[in-house]
Design a protein around this ligand. Structure first.
Ligand SMILES: *Cc1c(COP(=O)(O)O)cnc(C)c1O
Length: 457
């Protein structure tokens, strides 16, 4: 028992329910506002973009929501995912801490993102949707939705940030293999894209711009197309809860309970996925696990951003939500963790952070890649640069435990593998990577452009 490394569950242990944090969340929900009227949005407004089943999940306070059998069947392609004790990393660090990681990189597309892509494709399919639009940065989300769309026979249209489209062709080819159409954003397919290209013909694009394009295409399709988002929203956090539910059972198999649970945060979905079931145990069973969100120092929306109302996208077409934000016009420094370059953060996660139920730390790029190298050279897996942020913070916890002579139980989410990220690792190995100072001036500038939301909201 004492030398076990992998803690595997059987297909029968695959969760039958998603866990909804909003059943146990002691905080009132913050309103979602219409981008023009700034009034709370109606289900009708949201229904232009999302099928009703997902809108109901978005506002639900039911504790457990049944996972449809059709979705569980697809989950079985890769779930339950392994929980692994990082014995070789522990040895390398010479730490008394025990380090465990949940390996979401074993999914067909290599990250946690299919957990929600499959569910969203399913609910769209049964509501009669024929096509979905979405955005993608480096391509993790786009390839996951393309995969799910293929399985549920939906046309998928992906707006991919132009700089990634040109620099990272392999993810684009993957999406095309699954039958998706991929466009370099900004495109001339949308009103917003044309307007932007007229002013900035060489725009490299951004996630905020690509969201605006994907939203515009769905909103002006006369109901033919809906829009899909891979993070931030409550229904996405809900679908990701399978990660933490499995991890709870697996930690039980290991005979230990984590003192600290860590995950990287871009929009907040993989961290919420592993952390919220443990937060439930904190809130309902008196457990005291620390839950730590890890973000890049270059886009520190939680540790440095302001907790206020802001648009979800650059063109102000997406709803206004209360979140920790760096400003919807903020263009993040070009760090290699493309999935973490977003100006905002999931509103539910932000509310919990604001209330002190969740903690956050920011880590610099170079130290993050050093942690990735230590992990690859001990555990063998090359992590996604995003996931390496969680590894950095987990190693820091293990070193702190060593300093204090403590046996600390550490669990982190390995949100994805980095096998498509060789360009980033090449830059690291050839000494081309740099750290970025916190871009205080750019954030201050972007902050001038926050929406003036009426007091009542
Ligand atoms: C997209 C992505 C992230 C960031 O998104 P979250 O919603 O914060 O989880 C993290 N890791 C990987 C591997 C990703 O693909």
């Amino acid at each position: 028992m004492n030398d076990r490394t992998r803690f595997n569950l059987s297909e029968n242990d695959l969760p039958r329910f998603w866990y909804n944090i909003n059943a146990d969340n002691p905080l009132p929900p913050t309103p979602v506002l219409h981008p023009q009227t700034m009034e709370p949005v109606t289900p009708d407004f949201l229904n232009v973009l999302f099928p009703m089943e997902l809108i109901l999940q978005e506002i639900s306070t039911e504790r457990y929501i049944q996972i449809p059998e059709e979705v569980r069947e697809v989950y079985k392609l890769y779930r339950p995912t392994p929980l692994i004790r990082a014995r070789r990393l522990e040895k390398l660090l010479d730490t008394p801490a025990h380090i465990y990681y949940k390996h979401e990189g074993v999914s067909p597309t290599g990250s946690h993102k299919p957990n929600t892509a499959i569910a969203q494709a399913f609910y769209n399919k049964i509501s009669g949707t024929k096509a979905l639009t979405t955005e993608t940065g480096a391509g993790q989300w786009g390839s996951s939705l393309a995969f799910a769309g293929k399985l549920f026979d939906l046309d998928i249209e992906v707006y991919m940030v132009k700089v990634s489209y040109n620099q990272k062709p392999y993810r684009r080819i993957m999406m095309e293999m699954y039958g998706a159409q991929v466009f370099a954003s900004p495109t001339n397919r949308t009103h917003y894209g044309r307007q932007l290209l007229a002013q900035h013909p060489d725009s490299p694009g951004s996630l905020g711009i690509a969201i605006s394009e994907a939203v515009e295409v769905a909103a002006t399709s006369g109901g033919a197309k809906k829009y899909s988002l891979g993070s931030v929203l409550n229904h996405v956090l809900l679908h990701q809860s399978v990660i933490g539910e499995e991890a709870l059972k697996q930690m039980d198999l290991a005979g230990e309970y984590p003192d600290v649970v860590l995950g990287c945060v871009g929009g907040g979905s993989n961290f919420s996925g592993i952390a919220f079931p443990f937060l439930r145990e904190n809130l309902r069973s008196g457990r005291k696990t620390r839950l730590v969100a890890v973000e890049p120092q270059a886009t520190p929306s939680m540790t440095k951003g302001v907790y206020t109302f802001d648009y979800g996208d650059t063109a102000r077409m997406a709803p206004i939500v209360k979140m920790h934000t760096l400003g919807h016009n903020f263009v993040p420094p070009p760090i290699h963790a493309g999935g973490l370059r977003y100006h905002g953060m999931a509103p539910t996660l932000c509310a919990l952070y604001d209330a002190g139920l969740i903690q956050a730390v920011a880590v610099p790029q170079l130290a993050t890649f050093e942690a990735a190298m230590q992990f690859a050279n001990s555990e063998g897996i090359i992590p996604a640069p995003e996931s390496a942020h969680a590894i950095r913070a987990a190693i820091d916890e293990a070193l702190d435990a060593k300093l204090k002579g403590e046996k600390r139980i550490i669990l982190f989410n390995l949100s994805g593998h980095g096998n498509f990220d060789m360009g980033a690792y090449q830059d690291y190995l050839s000494g081309k990577l740099q750290d970025y100072e916190y871009p205080a001036a750019a954030v201050a500038e972007a902050m001038k452009d926050l929406p003036q939301v009426p007091q009542a909201a």
